[in-house]
Design a protein around this ligand. Structure first.
Ligand code: AMP
Length: 120
């Protein structure tokens, strides 16, 4: 999938629309999800133009890849998600039901999250 620079997270990164920022460094931005599905629901995104995890790890630098995963851990600590446990999740492509085509890792926490996937 080609990267669409008009996606909503690209607009957040360019400062064209606001976000509720939780963490930022040279390579990563993390902000609260606008429609939270748990008491803690943060999105961690690379600043680079990557659609998915496979895209980031194919085209991104080792520094960008490491920064993303370090930021996920940092945000889990910052938000207190580490206290009771938490879940990370990334929806990728059509089968993954990805709505925003800029790679993002969800961090959910603050409550018991139940089974990994809904039972079919
Ligand atoms: P998905 O691509 O399926 O992982 O879902 C995209 C996520 O982005 C959803 O949980 C949305 O609630 C969230 N989202 C969409 N627009 C915004 C926004 N402007 N600020 C924060 N979160 C957003």
């Amino acid at each position: 999938m080609a990267y669409d620079p008009e996606n909503i997270f690209a607009k957040i990164l360019r400062g064209e629309i606001p976000c509720s920022k939780v963490y930022e460094d040279d390579h990563v931005l993390a902000f609260n999800d606008i429609r939270p599905q748990a008491p803690i629901h943060v999105l961690v995104i690379p600043k680079g133009a990557y659609v998915s995890l496979d895209d980031l790890t194919e085209r991104g630098t080792d520094e960008e890849v490491a920064a993303l995963f370090k930021a996920v851990g940092k945000v889990a600590r910052l938000t207190g998600a580490t206290e009771g446990g938490y879940r990370i999740l990334a929806n990728i492509g059509e089968n993954g039901h990805q709505e925003v085509p800029h790679f993002h890792v969800h961090i959910f926490g603050g409550k018991r999250l139940g089974h990994m996937l809904p039972k079919q």
